[in-house]
Design a binder for this molecule. Structure first.
Ligand code: DLZ
Length: 508
């Protein structure tokens, strides 16, 4: 008898654990474009198109390798509309004995599979460096789950950038050399772009028709949609951008959306690129003297450090993680998150870029939109759903700890030891956004004052009880306490005006 082998839209890896367990001669691979997955949040059309196109190409590649693949397109008349519905339908068709699945990256889907009336063999996702067990063992008994300590273990485990049991160049972390402000001139012309082939065009038509009203611009569409293309994009980036990546990792520019970023998170998270292989290529560039340590280490830290740590937190914390709201924030997400209609240039630019590209880099996500949402006290669940929808690399395992934890402090400090908040000064230092802004970043009060400046203090004062004893925040409170009373009053009353306008649904 045959078994079904489930391959999800973010499991497009030839070495997927479910495929390794399967028998080519007898088992049947099930892949399905389904309404449930395409609409549990209003995904960006580019995200849906990327996933569907990559799924179709991956199915073809599997068939060419001798697998039997039952592939359901979104508009197939028999489409059951959900992953479990499709599995049940295929199980009946083939009289299958059960399902082999690699554990999905979202609790929602794990639970749906477990509740399905079919025999299920769910196996770990071995594309990650740390297993759940390893992360749990690491976290066990620790007061604080600091990424840095976990990251060092991952360096030791993989041997990346190691010199025996010591880090190369004598230091684990070159974060201090990753914070140069934006350069005037970027000598990298962005990621390699790919002209849509027939498969991609067909998907683009489908997505336009079915999801054309979702937030986000579908065309031009130039993403790499298979492993071959993704590898070319990676090689191109290593050659032309990696050496500068380290310096300008945190910088932002008004007229340059990609700077020296690789834009391969889509491909790694969907399974088209293997994270360890990517890191090995970057390490090789360092060994060859092509890229400096701050670039190679900065990049590798994102992958084997942050990325793995985020996943560890998501699975450690459990399904209720996305409903946490430690700061009890309840304001509705302002409409400018959807239409970019705000005078705050940094926010308008980040949202417009997100709309056009389904991409923004980590500092835009964390310190512009995320920072604003946190300062303004937006309901973290709404913020979470926005991020999950609009970025082409977003699946809950990686998005939720980044947003609920790191960005919104809604987990009460599991991921971050202090909230990531800043006034306009940080944005001004790291970008040229403020030069193009109607607000004045230097104004601390008054009608032209940057709203980040006002909301920053309002946030700190609102949450004084929680944060004033935090040793990493004492400075901020001391600065406030030194201000004279009239200044304090002006700041807080101007902040209230901004918040009031948000509550009235006005653009700011
Ligand atoms: C994100 C996504 C979308 C938009 N569509 C599909 C789909 O139609 N079929 C599918 O198998 N997977 C899709 N995905 C990815 C899944 O949502 C993802 O596998 C789970 O959220 C777990 O990470």
């Amino acid at each position: 008898v045959s078994r079904l082998v489930l391959v999800l839209g973010d499991q497009l890896s030839p070495n997927l654990s479910a495929l390794q367990k399967a028998e080519k001669d007898t088992d049947i691979i099930v892949m399905a474009e389904v309404a449930d997955e395409a609409s549990y949040v209003p995904h960006h059309p580019k995200k849906i198109a990327f996933i569907f196109a990559a799924m179709r190409k991956f199915a073809d590649a599997l068939r060419n390798n001798g697998w039997q693949v039952d592939y359901t397109k979104l508009d197939d008349p028999d489409n059951a509309g959900s992953i479990t519905g499709e599995l049940l339908r295929r199980a009946e068709q083939h009289d299958a004995s059960g399902v082999i699945a690699t554990e999905p990256g979202e609790w929602r889907l794990i639970e749906a599979l477990q509740e399905m009336p079919l025999k299920l063999h769910m196996i770990s996702d071995t594309r990650f460096i740390a297993s759940h067990k390893e992360f749990e063992d690491w976290a066990e008994g620790r007061k604080e789950l600091r990424m840095e300590w976990f990251y060092r273990d991952m360096r030791r485990k993989t041997g990346l950038l190691m010199d025996g049991d010591k880090p190369v160049e004598g230091k684990w972390n070159f974060d201090h050399d990753n914070r140069k402000p934006a350069p005037d001139d970027v000598d990298f012309h962005g990621p390699m772009q790919f002209t849509p082939d027939e498969t991609v065009e067909e998907v683009l038509d489908l997505v336009e028709q079915r999801f054309g009203d979702n937030f986000g611009t579908l065309r031009p569409f130039w993403f790499a949609t298979d492993t071959g293309q993704a590898r070319r994009q990676l090689t191109h980036w290593i050659k032309h951008a990696l050496p500068q990546f380290g310096d300008f990792q945190d910088a932002m520019l008004n007229d340059n959306r990609f700077l020296y970023h690789s834009i391969i998170s889509f491909h790694i998270n969907a399974g088209l690129l293997d994270p360890l292989e990517v890191c090995e290529q970057v390490e090789q560039a360092y060994k060859d003297g092509h890229a400096p340590i701050n670039a190679a280490e900065g990049f590798i830290r994102q992958i084997i450090g942050w990325r793995e740590y985020m996943r560890g937190i998501y699975f450690l914390e459990g399904p209720d993680y996305t409903s946490r709201n430690a700061l009890k924030h309840s304001r509705t997400l302002p409409s400018f998150f959807w239409d970019a209609d705000t005078k705050m240039n940094c926010v308008a630019k980040t949202v417009a870029q997100t709309r056009d590209e389904a991409y923004a880099h980590h500092i835009q996500r964390l310190m512009v939109t995320g920072n604003f949402a946190l300062l303004a006290g937006i309901d973290p669940h709404e913020v979470h759903e926005w991020y999950l929808a609009v970025y082409a690399d977003a699946y809950e395992w990686v998005e939720a700890p980044n947003v609920i934890g790191m960005s919104q402090f809604a987990d009460g400090g599991i991921v971050g030891s202090k909230p990531y908040v800043s006034s306009g000064a940080y944005i001004d230092r790291m970008s040229d956004y403020c030069k193009h802004c109607e607000y004045k970043v230097k104004d601390k009060t008054g009608p032209e004052a940057c709203p980040f400046n006002l909301l920053y203090w309002d946030f700190l004062i609102r949450h004084r009880e929680r944060f004033s004893n935090n040793p990493r925040m004492g400075n901020m409170y001391r600065t406030w306490d030194r201000m004279d009373e009239s200044r304090k009053e002006a700041v807080l009353s101007d902040a209230r005006v901004v918040l009031k306008r948000l509550d009235l649904g006005e653009s700011i």
